[in-house]
Structure formats: C-alpha cells, structure tokens
Design a protein around this ligand. Structure first.
Ligand SMILES: NC(=O)C1=CN([C@@H]2O[C@H](COP(=O)(O)OP(=O)(O)OC[C@H]3O[C@@H](n4cnc5c(N)ncnc54)[C@H](OP(=O)(O)O)[C@@H]3O)[C@@H](O)[C@H]2O)[C@@H](O)CC1
Ligand SMILES: [K+]
Length: 462
C-alpha cells in the first residue's frame, strides 16, 4: 500500500486517540527494523536523529542495537527532540549509547533525521548534515524516507536528500518511492509492518500479483470463450504498429481478432494470417467484446469518422497513441486510456515535469474527472480506475523503453479486456504481463537489444 504524509498522520492520530500511543508505535517500528539491518557484529554505527518522531524511531533503533552489544553513537545535529514520545525514548536510550557532538566516520549510518514530517526543501543546518552523510563511505540505512525526500510529490524537491543504501518504509510506501526523480535516493526499499490497519487507495504490484491462471485453458473451451476483439490502427506511414499489437493480442490468448488497417497495409497482411482483416473505411458491423484504437494512427486520415462508429459500441474501448491526440471521453462502455507522459501532457494541458513530479495525484484526479480507466506509462506505470484509486507496477523492464512497446501493451489489453469481464483488473494484469515478458527476455537478450517482437514471443513463456 502507498500513503501520503497526511494519510499517515491521520492513521497515527486515530491510533493514538484509540489508546495506541506513538511511543509504542516507535517500539514496534524499531523491533521490526532492527532484525533486518545488514549489520555485522564488529560494525560501528552512527544514528543521526532529528527532532521529530523520525528521530524517535532512530533513538529506539539505537537503544536496541546497543542492547544487542553493538557499538552505537547517536548524533543530534539539530538539537534535542521536540516530540514527547521521542524525548521519552531518548531519555532512556541515552544511558545506553554514546551521544556525540561531532560526527565520526562509521561503517553504518542510520538516517533518522526527517520522515513524513518534512515540509518543503530542507533548510538550515540540516543541509550540511545531509551533505556530510552523503560524503561518507558508509552503508546508509534510512528510516521511513531518505531524509530530504518529500513524501507525496517531487514538485518542490531541490535535489538535496540523503542517498540511502536501503530504506525501511513504515506502515506503507510513500509516493516518492515510485517517482523517477526521487526513487533513486531510496536505494532498495522494504516495507515495515507496524500493525496498523491498511486504508490506502493505492497498491503496489509485484511479480507475485501476476495471475498465472490467465494462461490456463479449459479443455472444453471454444475460441469465443476467450473473446473477440478488434484492433484499429496504422496510417499511411506507420504500418507496423497494428501488426505488433495484433500479434501481442493473439499471443495473450484472444479467441478471435480483427485488425482494421489502412489500404496501404495490404502487403503486411500475410505476416499475421491468424487475424481477420478490415479496412479503416469499412463500417463496424459486428459487435465486439473489446475494441482497441490508436496504434500507428495519426490525427486526420479518417480518425473522426472511425471514432464516431467506435464510440457507440458498448464494449470496453482501449485508446492509445494517435487516437489519444484529441480528447475523446464519451463512450457507452468502459474507456481505457494508455498515455505516456507526453501524451498525457497533451490530454491535461500540464507539462511533463508537472505530471512526472506528481503522477499519483494528477492521474487520480484525471481518472475521476473523466470517469476513465487510465494507464499512465513509465518506469512505474500507474493503473488507475474511474474512482481515482489505483496501483503502481514495480516490475521494472528497461527493454520496454523503445518504439513498439506501447503497441504490445495495447494488444495485451485488448486480449484481456475481451474476456467478458471474467478477469479481475485486466489492466493491472496486462501491465504486469507486459513487464514480466520484457524482464524475462532480458535474461537472454540484452535489454538494449530486445525487439518489441521478442517481447511478444516471450508472453507465452513466463
Ligand atoms: N504511523 C506511522 O507510520 C508512524 C510513523 N512514525 C515516525 O514518525 C515520523 C514523522 O514524524 P514527525 O511528524 O514528528 O516528523 P519528522 O519526519 O520527524 O520531521 C519533523 C521535523 O522536521 C523539521 N522540518 C520540517 N520541514 C523542514 C524543512 N523543510 N527543513 C528543515 N527541517 C524541517 C521539523 O522542524 P520544525 O518545523 O518543528 O522546526 C521537525 O523537527 C515518520 O516519518 C516515522 O518515522 C512512528 O514513529 C510512529 C508511527
Ligand atoms: K529518515
């Protein structure tokens, strides 16, 4: 689960009001973190504590490590704790550890300077403290967040934050763990359960969330059980995209596929004989289980006429690439938009920087406002439902950073949305499948060298 700072504060406050004091939550956090710390018996440890509750967590971790016999120093560069819970812990812990005035080089630095209480870019003496930590050769282990990293968005982040080796995120992840500008500071991330209830609208997708039963087939099934979709794509100069998308749809198990392509694509039809063909000028006579429109299309070239027909269908409609260029949100069935940040910038009139700096909020707001399913692509693709809730894909696959990848995702989406509503979260499963196939093929072909068609062939191998 992923939380904003305000959500964490609310959860914290509810717990406190119901008899679960912050000091106990700090105990819980520390007792869950300490066994996970990669510390050897001879390691020297410096815990850098700030004046808030993040510093309080640091104090309890320091105490526990000292009790276990480690050599622990605590540095309070910003002065004594201002929080009551942290002060209580500090009072006892300071009798067990060495409190130092000047920092010394150690093997391990535990960063408990700032957590979710940071507001805006770091000011004052803390800037020097962060720079000092970043100059050390030590393993840096951050509690909750790398200090200096904001929790929710990167819009005001000025680049000054602790570079962690590893970050232990308390209760849930923070949004900035999945933003391009801030995620590198986290190092490896690990979530720490502190026994509080989960209430977030955002979840994290990992490899284990991929539903492998997607690839199962009933021995008595028929092609119509797996859906009939149509992919409309291509333009005079972009003829490959619909074929990539169509092949991906078939490799993702679609029962029947129509490809609607421009007349100029005729020479390529023999490359995908498994599909049935239409031309863009044909009338959409049949009803389909899902429609995908856009790969390789450009505005003009009959797009408006095609859209007029498509929008009256009541099945799910996946809109990608060229078909995203104008704001078409009125459909009878579910609408699934799949923009990359540049396309999303044109849809929202916000800059790519604004989108990338605050993806979760911008994507959620847009999905709610237009009542659409949104797949905002990127290293951490967001999959958002019309209620503004969503998930972030954390299966990273650098092989997907090339032309053709989006067409493949559209094909997988078409296959999964065609399956007559039998699937839970077809968009999430499509994004995971796409990333897992790319990750899998990258084990035998270097990611720089992987072709979009290699990813398609891998879909059936994961
Ligand atoms: N439910 C949970 O998950 C639980 C979470 N817990 C922990 O509590 C942490 C949150 O603690 P928190 O709210 O006390 O804030 P925290 O991050 O320590 O920072 C506050 C300090 O930052 C300072 N400061 C602010 N902005 C600044 C700036 N721009 N530049 C410089 N300074 C700035 C501010 O200074 P002030 O404004 O007061 O002068 C204040 O001293 C959370 O991350 C987790 O570790 C657990 O303990 C319990 C359960
Ligand atoms: K921290």
């Amino acid at each position: 689960m992923i939380y904003t700072a305000a959500e964490i504060k609310q959860i914290d406050q509810t717990a406190t009001q119901n008899g679960m004091p912050e000091s106990i939550l700090m105990e819980r956090a520390a007792s869950a973190i300490v066994p996970k710390l990669p510390i050897e018996s001879h390691s020297t440890i410096l815990v850098v504590c700030g004046t808030g509750n993040n510093g309080g967590d640091g104090w309890v971790v320091a105490r526990e490590l000292a009790v276990k016999g480690h050599e622990v120093s605590v540095w309070l560069p910003l002065g004594d704790s201002k929080s009551e819970a942290a002060s209580t812990h500090a009072a006892y812990a300071s009798s067990l550890v060495r409190v130092i005035e000047q920092p010394v080089a150690t093997d391990i630095v535990i960063d408990a300077l700032f957590g979710v209480g940071l507001s805006g870019p770091v000011t004052g003496k803390a800037r020097d403290v962060i720079e000092w930590v970043n100059q050390q050769m030590a393993t840096v282990l951050s509690i909750d967040l790398p200090s200096g990293i904001p929790s929710d968005h990167a819009l005001e982040f000025d680049g000054l934050a602790i570079q962690a080796t590893r970050t232990y995120c308390l209760h849930g992840y923070k949004r900035t763990a999945f933003l391009n500008r801030t995620s590198p500071y986290y190092g490896q991330i690990e979530r720490i359960d502190i026994g509080l209830p989960h209430t977030s609208g955002w979840s994290v997708l990992t490899e284990s969330d991929f539903n492998r039963s997607l690839l199962e087939r009933d021995r008595f099934s028929h092609k119509t059980d797996y859906g009939h979709g149509i992919l409309i794509g291509g333009s005079r100069h972009l003829l490959g995209a619909p074929f990539l998308g169509g092949r991906a749809a078939i490799r993702s198990g679609i029962g029947l596929l129509n490809l609607s392509v421009p007349r100029e694509a005729s020479p390529f039809i023999s490359t995908l004989p498994e599909a049935m063909y239409n031309q863009h000028t044909d009338v959409l006579e049949q009803s389909y289980d899902a429609i995908a429109i856009g790969p390789g299309m450009v505005e003009g070239e009959g797009m408006d006429t095609i859209w007029q027909q498509v929008k009256h269908q009541s099945c799910p409609i996946i809109v990608d690439a060229g078909a995203l260029s104008t704001r078409r949100f009125e459909t009878r069935g579910p609408l699934i938009l799949t923009p990359h940040p540049g396309e999303f910038s044109r849809l929202t009139n916000q800059s790519v920087e604004e989108i990338e700096g605050d993806r979760f909020a911008v994507a959620s707001e847009f999905a709610k406002q237009h009542r659409v399913h949104l797949i905002l692509k990127g290293t951490y693709t967001l999959i958002v439902t019309p209620d503004g809730k969503g998930a972030v894909n954390t299966v990273e696959a650098s092989a997907l950073a090339k032309g053709g990848s989006g067409d493949i995702l559209t094909g997988i989406l078409l296959a999964l949305w065609s399956r007559k509503g039998e699937l839970q979260s077809p968009s999430e499963q499509a994004v995971l499948w796409h990333a897992l196939a790319a990750k899998s093929i990258s084990r035998t072909i270097h990611p720089a060298s992987v072709l979009a068609s290699d990813v398609i062939e891998e879909l059936g191998r994961i």
